[in-house]
Design a protein around this ligand. Structure first.
Ligand SMILES: NC(=O)c1ccc[n+]([C@@H]2O[C@H](COP(=O)([O-])OP(=O)(O)OC[C@H]3O[C@@H](n4cnc5c(N)ncnc54)[C@H](OP(=O)(O)O)[C@@H]3O)[C@@H](O)[C@H]2O)c1
Length: 236
């Protein structure tokens, strides 16, 4: 995988950052994206310590014009792209009646439209080189709905539909599309939602576990692809 080029949305922190570090350790050049420039800059400095080329682009994945500009600038910098990890996402829980319409829409715009916009801008490069990998992050919430998760579950169900359809469409182009449905992993998101705590290292999945799964999938021979994977903790 050495010298491959990867784009990771939401790569400044959480699961995206752990994936960026795991990629850098494999010698992959990485571009990370997000809305917070200070966080992205700090993560890029950390990635550079592994001796790879690292860069960042600041854009909201839910804004198509910004995505177009951001992806183009990344590909100009990296020269090409081989791997896309659609990781950026937001979550909020609330009853169907209580959650404001704007918040419900923002979750869909970020998690679904954001993934669509970024993929739409990257896919032509992968089709042209007749090789590539796209990893799309859904969730266990994308496999079953729960009380107070209507927005997040709707978005993560949609991610699975988008991702599996795309997989069937571009297999023939030697592009592997993988849909991940992880359970709770300790990150800002799960801590803010109150479903994990900072000191839960031994009992809750860590971002590094998620990153290890992605790297393992990418290391499969090209004739094989990890179509989907559900990462669960051994601790019930
Ligand atoms: N943690 C879990 O338990 C868990 C379980 C299953 C699935 N997931 C999924 O895994 C992915 C990563 O989650 P995480 O736990 O690492 O969350 P996190 O710690 O909250 O990080 C979210 C990342 O997404 C970026 N992001 C959010 N909204 C964005 C937007 N509109 N435009 C661009 N970037 C945006 C953030 O960057 P900025 O703040 O810089 O914009 C940040 O890097 C998400 O898709 C999440 O739904 C998480």
């Amino acid at each position: 995988m050495k010298n491959k080029k990867a784009i990771i949305t939401g790569g400044g922190r959480g699961l995206g950052k752990a994936t960026a570090i795991a990629f850098a350790k494999e010698g992959i050049d990485v571009a990370i994206t997000g809305r917070n420039e200070a966080v992205l800059k700090e993560t890029v400095s950390e990635l550079e310590t592994y001796g790879v080329k690292a860069t960042y682009s600041v854009f909201d994945v839910g804004n198509y014009e910004a995505v177009k500009t951001g992806i183009k600038s990344i590909i100009d910098t990296l020269g090409t792209v081989d791997i896309l990890v659609n990781n950026a996402g937001i979550a909020a829980f609330g009853t169907f009646n209580d959650m404001p319409v704007e918040q419900w829409s923002q979750i869909m715009q970020t998690n679904v439209m954001g993934m669509y916009y970024v993929t739409k801008e990257v896919l032509p490069y992968l089709i042209e080189k007749n090789e590539g990998d796209i990893i799309n992050v859904s969730s266990t919430a994308g496999l079953s709905g729960n009380a107070t998760t209507s927005a997040y579950s709707a978005s993560k169900f949609a991610v699975i539909g988008l991702s599996e359809s795309l997989m069937k469409e571009v297999r023939k182009n030697n592009i592997r599309v993988c849909t991940l449905t992880p359970s709770t992993i300790a990150s800002d998101m799960s801590i803010d939602l109150g479903i994990a705590t900072k000191d839960s290292e031994d009992s809750v999945l860590q971002p590094e576990d998620f990153a290890e799964l992605i790297v393992a999938g990418l290391k499969l021979p090209r004739r094989a692809m990890l179509k989907s994977a559900a990462l669960w903790s051994t601790n019930p």
